[in-house]
Design a binder for this molecule. Structure first.
Ligand SMILES: [Zn+2]
Length: 569
């Protein structure tokens, strides 16, 4: 195998080398363990960001010149850069600066953290942050539990999914929410037996309160994005999709932050930006119309995000084909039984058809099987009207997908984006299991079925819905469906896949999703040198150690953008 690669390289070098004999490579990696589609190589050379030679030490020898930077890898493993197809970097960075209730905390522990946050604030300042979850708290919390520790500050704290929020009495008063306030479209104000708001807000009802919280400044957004960018580089993420621009500080400020950081060279990754759209949102239409003002060589604001439902946890906001198990106390509406579909099908079909015609890729948030079906139907409608545009419209999350929808995706050119970081047993998975019942939970996140259907499947962390953007956790748990490191509980075990399949999701598949598979996603001659050097060969270690893989160096187009030796972690 090695000889075959080397002779292939020599042939290429002799007959069609893009680099002349006098021009040496900018970067040469030697003595490595380099993963290529044709097997393992030992050395590679990069010129102008492109891999120009690949094979054994001899294959790159003639590319070494006085201006070449030569890195001796001492046997270290080299893999293609990783892609995260669903991440919220600005949200993650801002969350880092907010009141952080670490996931999985009990009510008493959460209250202690919140009290400490309140003590740090000046008078009238908002306590904002997250992330609580009902099963760790022991119950769905209420405003009294928050009033007790918020010391007259208004407070609004997200749950781990970001689809439910916990407000205190002061915050509800500022927003003018009383027993007389009706639920907004697509949202729920939870009420107690007497009809008083409990402080729990679901989906669009959160905005009734969050609209009153001062937005982070442009500078805070830049700081957040800078921090998140570096954090992702340290885990080997060389391309990503920002899954909802505008979520934290509004479209203008966030688009500007991406463009400015790209212009100043801080933003290194190839980033696709999804602009959040909802029916009748003038703000969304304005951002979509302005998108190309913010386009840069590595920033593509050419995706539109549409939320179709919520999450299949205690709030029952994911849209399901079959009813949830058990009711919600105090409620007997259709939404409490089967969840909420946030956009009507005819409106959705027209929107996706329009965006497809405009050359924009649509990403859906679709957790429940009814939402996945609605998204696929809208993609089918776009194909019917426009023919196949080549755009990889993707259905995101896919917590539940009915078998007939698994089967129809490939035929309509739809792709699936799945969330592997949520697959180990955890408070949120326990929540989901109790909401949908023991039968439905067996096929949760049906990634094996999705891959076997022949449709393209890609991964997204959904950070900071999950506490870390570390892709190695997702890679391992795609295979084990257990907690990182292994455990005696598992979640959706029949949907587990192999490690090579998991690796493909993060590299070659994601590159296809981004329509960049001609340039990135594999280490081959002619591809851009988006590479990572890691401290262990994930294919060779026990799978329960994959989560522990550490990135030593990250290269984008041959530029070293991260080096673990230069930072303290
Ligand atoms: Zn998300």
């Amino acid at each position: 195998m090695k000889t075959a690669i080397a002779s292939l390289i020599l042939a290429t070098a002799t007959h069609a080398a893009p680099v002349t004999a006098t021009e040496s490579a900018d970067l040469v990696l030697v003595h490595g363990h380099i993963k290529t589609p044709a097997g393992w190589a030992q050395a590679l050379a990069v010129s102008k960001g492109v891999i120009v030679a690949l094979g054994d030490e001899q294959a790159v020898g003639s590319y070494r010149g006085p201006k070449s930077r030569v890195v001796d890898l001492v046997g270290a493993t080299v893999l293609p850069g990783l892609h995260d197809m669903h991440v919220h970097p600005i949200f993650a960075g801002i969350t880092e600066l907010q009141c952080k209730v670490p996931q999985g905390r009990s009510l008493a522990q959460a209250q202690k953290v919140i009290a400490a946050c309140a003590a740090r604030l000046s008078s009238g300042g908002w306590i904002v942050g997250g992330q609580w979850d009902a099963s760790a708290l022991g119950r769905v919390p209420d405003r009294a539990a928050l009033d007790a520790v918020s010391n007259a500050h208004p407070a609004l704290l997200n749950d781990t999914s970001g689809h439910s929020s916990w407000a205190n009495t002061r915050a509800l008063a500022i927003a003018g929410i009383t027993r007389a306030t009706s639920n907004p479209p697509g949202g729920i104000i939870e009420r107690d037996a007497a009809g008083e708001p409990t402080g729990i807000l679901r989906e669009s009802a959160i905005e009734l309160v969050s609209a009153h919280i001062p937005k982070p400044s442009a500078e805070a957004v830049r700081t957040a994005l800078t921090w998140a960018t570096h954090d992702m580089l340290s885990f080997g993420i060389t391309s990503y999709t920002e899954a909802s621009v505008g979520f934290v500080a509004g479209n203008d400020v966030e688009l500007k932050a991406y463009a400015e950081l790209a212009d100043s060279g801080v933003l290194k990754q190839r980033a696709t930006l999804c602009l959040t759209w909802a029916p009748n949102s003038a703000d969304a239409e304005a951002a979509i119309a302005a998108r190309n003002l913010y386009a840069r060589p590595r920033v593509a604001p050419d995706c539109v995000k549409i939320f179709l439902d919520g999450v299949p946890t205690d709030g029952h906001t994911a849209a399901m084909l079959e009813p949830y198990v058990g009711g919600l106390s105090g409620r007997d509406d259709e939404a409490s039984r089967k969840g909420l579909l946030l956009v009507k099908q005819d409106v959705l079909d027209a929107a996706v058809t329009r965006f497809d015609r405009m050359g924009l890729t649509v990403k859906f948030h679709a957790a429940g099987d009814a939402a996945v079906r609605a998204g696929l139907s809208a993609i089918a409608a776009a194909r019917n009207s426009n023919g196949f545009s080549g755009l990889m419209h993707n259905v995101g999350h896919c917590t539940f997908v009915s078998p007939e929808d698994v089967a129809r995706a490939r035929g309509i050119g739809a792709t699936f984006e799945v969330s592997p970081y949520l697959w180990s047993p955890s408070p949120i998975s326990d929540d989901i299991a109790s909401a949908v019942g023991p039968e439905v939970i067996k096929r949760v996140w049906p990634v094996r079925e999705l891959i076997e259907s022949g449709a393209l499947v890609v991964p997204g962390s959904d950070w900071s819905v999950v506490p870390s953007v570390n892709p190695w956790i997702g890679m391992e748990t795609l295979v084990t469906r257990e907690v990182p490191g292994g455990g005696d509980r598992s979640f959706g075990k029949v949907e587990a896949i192999s490690l090579p399949q998991a690796m493909d999701l993060f590299t070659a598949n994601a590159a296809r999703q981004e329509r960049m598979s001609n340039r990135v996603g594999a280490i081959e001659i002619g591809m851009l040198a988006d590479l990572i050097v890691v401290d262990q060969d994930p294919y060779a270690v026990p799978v329960t150690k994959v989560h522990d893989t550490k990135v030593r160096m990250t290269f984008i187009a041959g530029e070293k953008v991260y080096d673990s030796a230069r930072v303290e972690r």
